[in-house]
Design a binder for this molecule. Sequence first.
Ligand code: AMP
Length: 226
Amino acid sequence: MSETITRPAILILLGPPGAGKGTQARMLEERFGLVQLSTGDLLRAAVAAGTEAGRAAKAVMEAGDLVSDGIVLAILKDRMAEPDTAKGVILDGFPRTPGQAEALDDLLAAQGQKIDAAISIEVDDAAMVARVSGRYTCADCGEGYHDEFKQPVTAGTCDKCGGTTFNRRADDNAETVGARLTAYHASTAPLIAYYEARGVLRTVDGMSAIDAIAGALGEIVTQVTA
Ligand code: AMP
């Protein structure tokens, strides 16, 4: 059962590919009943469904570049309009450009809301290629695993749901990770200063153990919703 928070929080997880944003967002979702909102997941679903946005995004994502703000914002707005987001959201992989950050501020302001915390998960770039290259997820429940760092207890069977099918992302290979890191430093890292200037920036050490990072993030959620 999730812990009660006194009001819905709007949190942003910032960090390069491999920093652990998705893993941590899922843990926060379970612990606090917040809704994880990953633009990467939404875009992958659009690609799989073959929608117009998905067809436009596919090659861009495979190259490790950023999808246009217009496509991403349209997908994000639709998702934010769904009623479950009223429980509070953890934005994972969004915003990724200053234009997206400004559009998010406007969207929230129109609803009388604002960002409670933008949390930068700080990691060493050098470790990220190995982290991303070995990762895979359960096709049934989405639980994350890694060839080197986190194998299922029983090989080939998901610890969480017993599923036996796993997915690897098309863009989780060494070449594309390099492009994704470059895009992060060029377009997304400047958002750290953007949120610092607005007084909502928090940082956590993303090189610590998964549970230690989860603990640090949990403290921030508890503080900002107190
Ligand atoms: P992620 O799952 O967050 O690693 O995103 C995978 C890919 O989807 C990225 O490399 C981009 O091509 C695209 N993408 C996800 N979120 C965004 C965003 N907010 N802005 C632009 N492109 C995005």
